[in-house]
Design a binder for this molecule. Structure first.
Ligand code: ZN
Length: 159
């Protein structure tokens, strides 16, 4: 039901990643909105015709981008449209939402879209490598390269 992938040491701008996910949904027959919360981005995507055509259909995709540029995870699950859930509560909300899922065609459409979305997210992560602002040494302020235990400029211990 819930799928999660984690990436490390890629220095990815998470705001740009989340925004690109919204754009992708909006150009693929879904309607998406982005909410920025402390420490994560929450995207909800609902099939564009669902609101108008299916009575009471509130099933949507919940996409959460969480972490920092060098250690983040993307979670895709099912949620209820319009519900601003906290990332920590996502599993509970999904279980609840699953009971409300309208059967058949709708579920299949979401499943199909979810697969395409994952392919897109992976591609997007690769293209955003090193897009986040450069981390800097807390001691001397010089830009840091990956993989050092000591700052190559001032010798401060990096964590
Ligand atoms: Zn330094």
């Amino acid at each position: 039901m819930v799928r999660k992938e984690r990436w490390t040491a890629l220095n990815v701008d998470l705001g740009r990643l989340a925004t690109s996910i919204v754009d992708y949904c909006n150009t693929h027959d879904f309607e998406a909105k982005l909410t920025r919360k402390a420490g994560f981005y929450h995207v909800q995507a609902i099939k564009a015709d669902a609101v108008r055509t299916l009575l009471g259909a509130r099933r949507c995709l919940d996409i959460v981008v969480k972490g920092n540029p060098n250690d983040f995870e993307v979670t895709v699950g099912t949620g209820d449209w319009g519900k601003n859930i906290a990332a920590s509560a996502i599993v509970g909300a999904i279980t609840l939402g699953a009971g409300l899922i309208a059967a058949g065609a709708s579920a299949a459409a979401y499943k199909y879209f979810e697969e395409k979305l994952w392919t897109y997210i992976r591609k997007q992560v690769s293209s955003l490598v090193n897009s986040a602002s450069q981390p800097r040494c807390l001691s001397c302020g010089k830009p840091l390269l990956k993989g050092y235990n000591l700052c190559p400029f001032c010798g401060a211990i990096l964590k």
